[in-house]
Design a protein around this ligand. Structure first.
Ligand SMILES: *Cc1c(COP(=O)(O)O)cnc(C)c1O
Length: 375
């Protein structure tokens, strides 16, 4: 059994993917080929925003967002404590300071009450200016944007949606990557929509921000590539990746998203009386980047993982360490006392195999081993 079966996906889509890749090879339009622009238009239309600017990866997408919003020294940026490292890393990379916020035990996403508490704490300390919040759509579930946007408005913060895992999900009928002043995603192969290498994209409705993002991603270009009006980076999605994503986006829209939702429903039906299964609140739709259960203790989690492994079932711990305990952030001197939920989750979560080509029989096998292991 595969944790995320990209080989199976390739077998199903092989004819179209091979054709798309060979077309780029024979046209030799490896950078900025027509497929890149076409894909950006398809993605913007799908997400429901005006502009999509593709780039080299999801981390660059966040960095470009920080550059466009002029996040830098003296700024505080609020980031969930339970996420992939990038979300906090890009804040420090921009010269600003990440302030970590605890997450909700049901949704794994940033907790609005704790966000407000950490903003107030930052204001009281008076060293940093609260500038932005980066909610993460963890495991495919969008964050609570209704409440986050109210808080962001009240304290005049920009919202940068980290939709690296959220692409395809929705809240109140609006799709992930449409909630931020700027929203970002990643096309790393294992994400809900992945390419065959690194890739990412930035989304915004704002014409001015879109123009800035376009410029920053190609060496701060002005009217053309050899007219440079600001310091930027080189962060492009290459044409082969765009061509592959065009094929994969079709499958994603037509059936893959539906299939992961059916697999998740089956897991939940079989597991809900034995372990804590993921909670999808009313109005939310997940793209199931991960199907993550919670056990009672680290010992129970680790022994379950070993038992699954013995039966040939892969599982992953996303994430084993809170952001505030990462050595890279040691100089921030964060206190464990603020992050009870994240600390607990790091000890008790386990992500099970999840992808659109998972069979009912696979889900049944995982559930059987799991239920035997946990009495
Ligand atoms: C994967 C991921 C990123 C980074 O994306 P890359 O394409 O790997 O750079 C950022 N944030 C989150 C939440 C992610 O899961």
């Amino acid at each position: 059994m595969q944790f995320r079966d990209l080989k199976r996906q390739y077998q199903v889509l092989k004819e179209d993917i091979d054709k798309a890749v060979m077309e780029v090879a024979s046209d030799c339009n490896f950078i900025s080929g027509r497929q890149v622009k076409e894909l950006e238009e398809e993605l913007a239309e799908y997400v429901g925003v005006k502009h999509c600017i593709s780039c080299a990866n999801g981390t660059d997408a966040l960095t470009l967002a920080a550059m466009a919003l002029e996040i830098g020294p003296g700024d505080a940026v609020f980031v969930p404590d339970f996420t992939f490292f990038s979300t906090g890393e890009i804040v420090s990379f921009a010269g600003a300071v990440p302030v970590f916020v605890d997450v909700d035990m049901d949704t794994f996403n940033i907790m609005p009450e704790h966000l407000e508490k950490m903003i107030q704490k930052t204001l009281e300390e008076g060293r940093l200016t609260p500038k932005a919040v980066i909610p993460v759509d963890l495991f495919g579930l969008t964050a609570d944007y209704e409440r986050i946007k109210k808080i962001a408005d009240q304290y005049e913060l920009f919202v940068i949606e980290d939709g690296a895992q959220g692409f395809g999900g929705s809240l109140g009928g609006n799709r992930a990557c449409s909630f931020g002043d700027i929203s970002t995603t990643s096309f790393f192969p294992a994400k809900p929509l992945g390419c065959y290498g690194d890739g990412g994209a930035v989304f915004t409705d704002d014409d001015q921000l879109a123009a800035l993002l376009e410029s920053f991603r190609i060496h701060g270009k002005g009217t053309m590539k050899y007219d440079n009006v600001r310091i930027g980076v080189n962060s492009r999605l290459d044409t082969i990746q765009a061509a592959i994503l065009q094929v994969k986006l079709r499958a994603f829209r037509e059936y893959e998203l539906d299939k992961v939702n059916r697999a998740a429903a089956k897991y939940t039906e079989l597991l809900k009386d034995t372990v804590k299964t993921p909670v999808i609140p009313a109005g939310y739709y997940s793209s199931w980047a991960q199907y993550t259960i919670q056990l009672d203790s680290r010992e129970q989690r680790d022994s379950l993982q070993a038992a699954l492994k013995e039966q040939g079932i892969p599982s992953m711990i996303y994430y084993p360490k809170p952001m505030h305990r990462q050595q890279a952030f040691a100089d921030l001197n964060c206190s464990d006392a603020e992050y009870g939920n994240t600390i607990k989750l790091c000890d008790t979560v386990l992500s099970l195999p999840m992808h659109p080509y998972l069979e009912d029989s696979d889900v049944e096998k995982v559930a059987a081993v799991l239920c035997r292991c946990i009495q």
